[in-house]
Design a protein. Structure first.
Length: 113
């Protein structure tokens, strides 16, 4: 599992480096995820050690959302006039994410059959 975590963090760090040196608008972790996706395409699958590490992270995903939500709660007075925008962004992002994930799954399932 440690090998998988090191690889995941390495791709994130690589994304951060690319962002820092190129000045891209995308966040470093997104660039790293894209690079990881490309590497997995070249590997033609997900290695077992990477699968185990990612499953462990997914099981604890709720813990990763806790600190930002607590921070947002305590910074409430600064965001009094922006709650509609925050809620709209969260709702829109969730709906868009569900739609894209569903379409991607449908496309991949069609190719697998």
């Amino acid at each position: 599992m440690l090998k998988g975590l090191v690889i995941l963090l390495s791709f994130q760090a690589l994304g951060e480096l690319i962002k820092a040196y190129t000045g891209m608008i995308l966040p470093g972790p997104i660039i790293g995820m894209f690079l990881l996706f490309m590497a997995l395409c070249l590997w033609r699958g997900v290695p077992v050690f990477l699968n185990n590490a990612s499953q462990t992270l997914i099981q604890n995903l709720a813990l990763m959302f806790l600190p930002p939500s607590v921070g947002l709660f305590f910074l409430g007075p600064r965001f009094d006039d922006q709650w509609t925008a925050i809620i709209a962004a969260m709702t829109g992002g969730t709906v868009l994410s569900l739609i894209v994930s569903g379409l991607l799954m449908k496309s991949l399932m069609r190719k697998k059959l």
